[in-house]
Design a protein around this ligand. Structure first.
Ligand SMILES: Cc1ncc(COP(=O)(O)O)c(C=O)c1O
Length: 273
């Protein structure tokens, strides 16, 4: 499989692409990114990724060096010319080269890579989450810093969990790379604040609005013992049902009917995209 990337204006083989060791991303963890997928080799909601990348960049005072139309053209070229089964696109904007915390010219990288897949059983049987107290810094920013979730990997594996569910004084918020939803009866609830505004989250809220009453509000951790269904969403995962949180079953412990309805709606939406 041959994959390509773009580094500051140049397109080259991913194995040859790189930036120098004095970049602030490496030196101080300063940078943002975004991640888009394709369906049928067509970029999916890419404008939303570009919008979020610009928002993340502006919060870190970084400036994207090329306009959206050019980024899209490069992404499409990388998809066309890479031999990937299901291409996805990673956009990375770093602090750039600097020996001090002051920066001026970011490095901008676009990578075409294979979309990760998950076993069919996670969709048919659901998964387990474990709660960990943590609040992401600058939650609207898709920063390159996933230190906490990577640090928690051994714990996740030890507890046989699919993912971590963050909570804090701000309520139950999200997983390290996914948004979180619950059903209380027919009511679909997702946290209003202190989360990344996931692109899949927005799509689900729109698709669900014709079928279920929706509440976007703080979710108290205490509520989790009374919920009927739960699921997580992300670009690569779509909707993954959650059937266990810590040692407790969610509802009956089986994938819920309402979650299945949303999985079907999302499938239909992406097939017709
Ligand atoms: C912290 C966090 N929340 C939620 C999401 C899901 O966002 P999206 O649906 O745009 O993939 C991600 C994606 O990586 C994330 O990093």
């Amino acid at each position: 499989m041959s994959t390509l990337c773009y580094v500051n204006g140049e397109i080259l083989s991913t194995s040859k692409g790189g930036i120098g060791i004095s970049d602030l991303a490496l030196q101080r963890g300063y940078g943002v990114f975004d991640y888009a997928r394709t369906y049928n080799r067509k970029l999916f909601h890419f404008d939303d990724n570009l919008h979020r990348l610009r928002l993340s960049a502006s919060k870190l005072h970084l400036k994207l060096p090329i306009p959206d139309i050019e980024i899209t053209a490069v992404a499409e070229q990388l998809i066309r010319e890479s031999t990937l089964n299901t291409p996805s696109i990673r956009l990375i904007l770093t602090g750039g080269y600097s020996a001090s915390p002051f920066f001026k010219d970011p490095n901008f990288i676009i990578i075409a890579e294979e979309l990760p897949t998950y076993p069919a059983s996670v969709y048919s049987l659901g998964v387990k989450l474990i709660k960990v107290e943590y609040q992401r810094e600058l939650p609207h920013v898709k920063s390159i810093n996933y230190m906490n979730s990577i640090r928690l990997e051994p714990l996740r594996r030890e507890k046989n969990a699919f993912d971590i569910l963050y909570y804090s004084e701000n309520g139950v918020t999200e997983c390290p790379r996914s948004n979180f939803f619950i059903f209380q009866g027919d009511r679909l609830v997702t946290p209003s604040s202190h989360v990344l505004h996931g692109i899949t989250r927005e799509i689900i809220l729109k698709l669900a609005s014709d079928h279920f009453p929706i509440e976007v509000r703080k979710i108290d951790p205490g509520e989790l013992s009374t919920i009927d269904e739960a699921f997580i969403t992300s670009t690569s995962k779509g909707i993954i049902p959650v059937t266990t949180i810590d040692a407790h079953k969610v509802g009956t412990g089986l994938v819920g009917d309402r979650t299945r309805i949303l999985m079907r709606l999302l499938n239909e939406y992406t097939e017709n995209y």
